[in-house]
Design a protein around this ligand. Structure first.
Ligand SMILES: [Ca+2]
Ligand SMILES: [Ca+2]
Length: 79
């Protein structure tokens, strides 16, 4: 079974979780955790932890993941 989602689905997933607290256009680490656990739990298997994943996605290091930064997750999923 493929975990691939359409760009529209990914956008709506991002917005749903990003709106939970703080900036509605940015994912905090807590929001990312909820998103990953609910939608992509397979990403946290093996050596990949939420901390690693968050650090990897937060390219500009501001402690939040924007939708642009979130795109990198799509590449990971489609690999
Ligand atoms: Ca947020
Ligand atoms: Ca960021």
């Amino acid at each position: 079974m493929s975990t691939q989602k359409s760009p529209e689905e990914m956008k709506s997933i991002f917005q749903k979780y990003a709106a939970k607290e703080g900036d509605p256009n940015q994912l905090s680490k807590e929001e990312l955790k909820l998103l990953i656990q609910a939608e992509f739990p397979s990403l946290l298997k093996g050596s990949s932890t939420l901390d690693n994943l968050f650090a990897e996605l937060d390219k500009n290091g501001d402690g939040e993941v924007s939708f642009e930064e979130f795109q990198a997750l799509l590449k990971k999923i489609s690999q």
